[in-house]
Each structure stands twice: as C-alpha cells, then as structure tokens.
Design a protein around this ligand. Structure first.
Ligand code: NAP
Length: 318
C-alpha cells in the first residue's frame, strides 16, 4: 500500500450480508460551479489523505471523473484493490421506474469503470418522465412514483451482485414505513440533510430503531446555501470552535459523528478535506450540547422541483 492514511472509523451496514463496512466519513462530489479543482484531482488527493468512501450520483455528472481517479489511484499504488473503497452512486428521478433501474445502474458502473457498487441509492422519492435530466425538475415532468416496483428492481440489483447494498435518500419516516412494509431487503442507508441547523432527531431515531444507517448530507450547510450560513456563520458555534481550538466545520462534523450518524462532506481543497478528517480524537462537552440544542432549526434543501412539492417531506413540516 502507498501513502500513510488516517484511520477513519467504520460502521457495518446492517441489511447487507453483514460484511460490508462503510467509513463514517465520505467525500461528497456534488459539483460546484466555482470549484477550481477537478473531481479527479480532488478524489486522488482524498485517497492520498485516507478517504475511502466517495459519494456520487448520476445527476452530478462526476461518475466518469471518479472512475478515472480510482483507476489512477490503482496505477499509482495508492490503493491495492478497488475493494478498499466504498463507492456510492444514486439513481436520478428520470430513471426512477422499475424497468429503468437495472439499465441505469449498468450505465453508472460502465461510466465509473467498476464491476460493482458498494451502495446504490434512490436519490429522491419521486419519478419524472424518462429522458432529459433537468434541474430543478418542472412539476409538470413528474409521474407517480412506483416505490414498490422500483424497490423490487433495486433488490434485484443487489441479488445480481452489481451493488453490495441498496438504500434511499430524502425519505421521510412515512415513506420509510411504506418501503419497509414490502421490502425483502430493507434499505441499508437513508441519506438525508443533517446539520446543526437541521438536526433531524425524529428521523434519526426512527432509522436507528429500524437498523437503517443515516448518512448526513450538507453537513456544513454550504452546498446550496445562499446568503448567511446558519452554521458556518453562527456566533455560538464560532465560540465553541475557539474553545476547542477547532474550526466551525470540525465542530459540525464532530457533532454528527457523536450522534452515530455517518456523513458525506464535500471539499475539493487539500487543507479543508484534511481538516474534515481531524474529528476523531477529541469530543464535545456537555455544555456544548446545551448550546447546540438552542440553534434555530430549518431545512436547507427543500426539494429538487420547481415549484416545491407540498407533501415531499410528509410529517416533517420544517
Ligand atoms: P457541505 O459538505 O455541507 O459543504 C460543502 C461546501 O463547504 C463546499 O463549498 C466546500 O468548499 C466547503 N467546505 C468543506 N469543508 C470545509 C471546511 N472545513 N471549512 C470551510 N468550508 C468547507 O455541502 P454539500 O456539498 O451540499 O453536501 C455534501 C455532499 O452530500 C455532496 O457533495 C453530495 O455528495 C451529498 N449531497 C446529497 C444530496 C442528496 O439529495 N442525497 C443533497 C446534497 C448533497 P471547498 O470544496 O472549497 O472546501
């Protein structure tokens, strides 16, 4: 093996064959127009630093670059086998139809130059007419989401060995309950927004009770934020960061880790991606938790459609 790597704790995904371990922190790859670093370079740097878990999606347009970075990491000897990595990608809403799941996964695998995924996720609990990917999705493009049919196809993908685990993203408690009512393979993961200004306690408790691992996205609340950032610009969190000699980002990520929640954080900057791994050898204090409990709560990512859907989050009307 190549470079010295940071030790990143892992969790076992409960609904897989019990052998699949997922590093608790992964590198997000949702593209940002302003980014000066390419996905390929960022992933290579991340592998050098010890990241082994990468979170992609067919909608991000990064699968090819991620695949190229993996090939290069193998050639450079940074990893000795693809099996050392944990690769997630997600099905886009235009493919969220029972007969399109397998072809979409095969296409993603081809683009990633991989034989198998570690985790395949339903990106959103909605379906749009097959075809062109647009963002945001016009409401007029939506068609009824056949959750049961889609999940059967996801299960088939796992049975075929094309993915080691299957899961969902942006599912409410109500939608998870529905899914669990017919799933023969329960979802291993629900990837949802979790950050200090959207702590999702109820959903996290529900997932824990069902053995579903929660993965937090937008942990720094930065990806799609405009204007004031409710965590990175929070004075209380700045005080906590100073008290610990850490950055606000590290406070955010450490809190998520202490919740038993896994996280995908995006940084393409060498220093910041390193900083984001330095959260495992210190802890928050009881008094920090009191302050954290007082942070105003509001969902950042409200949905992928234009206009927004009223019932996307069901009972969670935040
Ligand atoms: P995020 O990870 O909360 O924030 C990313 C932003 O924060 C980037 O602008 C990054 O800039 C900056 N940053 C990273 N580390 C930092 C640090 N230590 N200090 C200061 N700034 C820092 O937001 P996100 O990209 O929205 O979410 C993370 C990942 O979750 C995505 O990339 C994607 O993989 C996934 N996601 C999934 C969904 C879904 O629907 N399933 C939705 C949103 C996101 P630099 O790169 O310049 O450091």
């Amino acid at each position: 093996m190549g470079a010295a790597t940071a030790a990143i704790p892992e969790v076992v995904l409960e609904s897989s064959n019990g052998q699949r371990r997922m590093p608790v922190i992964g590198l997000g790859t949702a593209p940002e127009a302003t980014s000066k670093v390419s996905t390929k370079d960022a992933v290579l740097e991340a592998i050098k630093q010890g990241y082994r878990h990468f979170d992609a999606a067919s909608a991000y347009g990064v699968e090819q670059s991620l695949g190229e970075a993996i090939q290069e990491a193998l050639q450079l000897g940074l990893i000795s086998s693809r099996d050392e990595l944990f690769i997630t990608t997600k099905i886009w809403v235009t493919d969220n139809h029972p007969n399109l799941i397998l072809p979409a996964l095969q296409k993603s695998l081809k683009t990633l130059q991989l034989e198998y995924l570690d985790l395949y996720l339903i990106h959103w609990p909605i379906s749009a007419k097959p075809g062109k990917v647009t963002y945001p999705i016009e409401q007029s493009e939506l068609v009824p989401f056949d959750m049961e049919g889609v999940w059967k196809s996801m299960e088939e993908c796992q049975r075929l060995g094309l993915t080691k685990a299957i899961g969902v993203s942006n599912f409410s408690i109500k939608k998870l309950e529905k899914l669990l009512s017919f799933a023969t393979i329960p979802p291993a993961v629900n990837q949802v927004e979790v950050n200090l200004a959207f702590q999702q306690q109820k959903l996290r408790e529900f997932c824990k009770s069902k053995g579903i691992t929660v993965t937090a996205f937008s942990p720094l609340r930065k990806g799609a934020s405009r204007g004031t950032n409710m965590v990175m610009d929070n004075d209380v969190l700045k005080e906590l960061a100073d008290a610990h000699g850490k950055t606000v980002a590290q406070i955010c990520l450490r809190w998520i880790y202490e919740q038993g929640v896994t996280v995908v954080a995006k940084s393409y900057d060498k220093e910041r991606m390193k900083q984001n791994l330095e959260i495992f050898d210190w802890c928050l204090r009881e008094e920090d938790y009191k302050k954290i409990s007082e942070i105003h709560q509001d969902r950042l990512i409200k949905g992928p459609t234009k206009p927004l859907l009223n019932d996307l989050w069901d009972e969670d009307h935040h």
